[in-house]
Design a protein around this ligand. Structure first.
Ligand code: UDX
Ligand code: UDX
Length: 433
């Protein structure tokens, strides 16, 4: 099937490439000419494992192309996805101006029946607004349907999450749109559950799922705070909880809190839309508060280790909001480093992928290093903020020599074992250990 995706970011580029991989003919559209130029020259503007190879393969097969022209893409496609970003506004609500702008441009260029699908994470009832916008700007008698097909992609695993999803959620309001969407996902029919529902349920499934996952993380971080006031170990508690299949062991990793372009944004958007619908979602407000406090607890651990931070040198390992991505959006490292600098500490930092992006966000006083050893050199404390695989495997003997005495570590992601670290002569502090 011929398909167009408007918005070639983390979601749009992965979705478009994977639809091509499934055998469809895809045009990825973006209004950022620089981005389209990079893509046409074979470059990939984002870091996502496995994506580059997949883009090359499908471009070569003639199934994937890039454009800035929505009109041309619409002429050639039966289904057009809206995958532009929906960033948070200062009041926490989702900024849907890009969704509106693209819906209007689609409306003004509708050449015949099309299914207009919202892939971006949007608050419930956005489908209604897309419909209103197209009705308002489309030529007389234009035929179309609106649908919702939310993305459940994790950064760093987005290609695999798309091609091997737990479920595909399709929200439609006509038989014709349903048939088109089922045809699109036909190649995945054998290996996943395809849930067809109405548009508002599909929109809510996304926000409800993301905020549930965020709640799970804040819950285990709250438990970690209780463990720190007893002899309990949160890793053991999480393991015991996770053995109950109704709870499951995923997303029970206590640490420095969650970041990313989704959880913080989706939580605030969900709280906002619920309030607009007359429901005060206090539970999610508490999920946000626990997450904010968790980053402060990490700073407290550094103060408990070093006492005054003024004039102290702290080595920060990991800046991205999680491993296997270069994405710094709402990364816990940002608030943690800014708080440490405010306390008068000086910061050396490293990250295998995100340092370039971090430089654009963090104060210039932060010194960037090539690896963990260079970062640790001459520092009073090593602080682990992102659990990159390479930090799990680093040579702790070299780290111990590089750090000033007494060699101290605050492990914000519990990647090491407290007993082992004590044996190695480190002053070690974990989260909930
Ligand atoms: C996506 C989803 O849209 C968002 O709902 C989800 O919560 C996070 O992932 P993302 O792909 O991360 O957002 O956004 P971004 O990486 O910023 O990509 C958006 C793309 O849309 C950009 O390349 C931007 O240039 C493009 N865009 C934006 C358009 O082409 N037209 C517009 O009018 C606005
Ligand atoms: C999330 C959802 O998982 C995905 O389904 C949705 O489509 C987009 O948002 P993403 O934000 O890319 O994906 O990353 P995820 O792997 O969910 O991690 C989010 C944050 O939670 C990271 O900062 C991570 O460090 C943190 N996290 C995750 C924890 O602190 N503990 C955990 O157990 C799991």
């Amino acid at each position: 099937m011929k398909t167009a995706i408007v918005g070639t970011g983390y979601v749009g580029l992965v979705s478009g490439t994977c639809f091509a991989e499934l055998g469809h003919e895809v045009i990825c559209v973006d209004n950022n000419e620089e981005k389209v130029k990079i893509l046409r020259e074979g470059g990939i503007p984002i870091y996502e494992p496995g994506l580059k190879e997949l883009v090359e393969k499908n471009v070569k097969a003639g199934r994937l192309s890039f454009s800035t022209d929505i009109k041309k893409a619409l002429e050639k496609s039966e289904v057009i996805f809206v995958a532009v970003n929906t960033p948070p506004l200062p009041d926490g609500s989702a900024d849907l101006c890009y969704v509106e702008a693209v819906s209007r441009e689609i409306a003004q260029n509708l050449p015949g029946y099309r299914v207009v699908v919202s892939k971006s994470t949007v608050p419930v009832e956005t489908g209604k607004w897309i419909k209103k916008t197209i009705d308002r700007y489309a030529p007389e008698g234009a035929e179309y349907d609106v649908a919702s097909n939310p993305e459940f992609l994790r950064e760093g695993k987005a290609v695999d999450d798309f091609l091997n999803p737990d479920r595909v959620v399709i929200g439609v309001e006509s038989q014709r749109a349903k048939e088109k969407m089922l045809e699109l996902y036909e190649p995945l029919k054998e290996k996943t559950e395809i849930l067809v529902t109405n548009i508002e349920s599909a929109e809510l499934i996304k926000h409800a799922s993301n905020s549930f996952l965020a709640m799970k993380i804040s819950y285990i971080n709250a438990i970690a705070n209780i463990c720190e006031r007893t002899e309990a170990d949160v890793q053991e508690v999480a393991r015991g909880m996770g053995l109950d299949e109704r709870i499951g062991n995923h997303f029970l990793q206590a640490g420095a809190g969650f970041g990313g372009s989704c959880f913080p944004k989706d939580l605030s958007a969900f709280i906002d839309i619920a309030a607009k619908l007359g429901y005060d979602f206090n539970l999610l407000r508490e999920v946000e508060k626990i997450n904010t406090d968790q980053k402060k607890h990490i700073v407290e651990k550094c103060k408990n280790t070093l006492w005054n931070l003024k004039g102290k040198k702290i080595a920060v390992l990991g800046l991205a909001f999680k491993p296997d991505t270069d994405d710094m959006r709402n990364a816990p490292a940002i608030d943690i480093i800014n708080d440490l600098l405010k306390e008068g500490a000086s910061i050396k930092a490293c990250d295998p992928q995100a340092a370039a992006n971090a430089k654009k966000i963090l104060p210039d006083s932060v010194e960037y290093c090539a690896d963990a050893y260079e970062t640790a050199q001459g520092c009073d404390l090593l602080l682990i903020v992102t659990d990159w695989e390479e930090y799990r495997n680093m040579d702790l003997g070299r780290i111990k020599k590089a750090l000033n005495d007494p060699p101290s570590i605050v492990d914000g992601r519990n990647i090491f074992d407290p007993e082992d670290m004590k044996k190695r002569g480190f002053h070690y502090t974990g989260v909930g250990r």
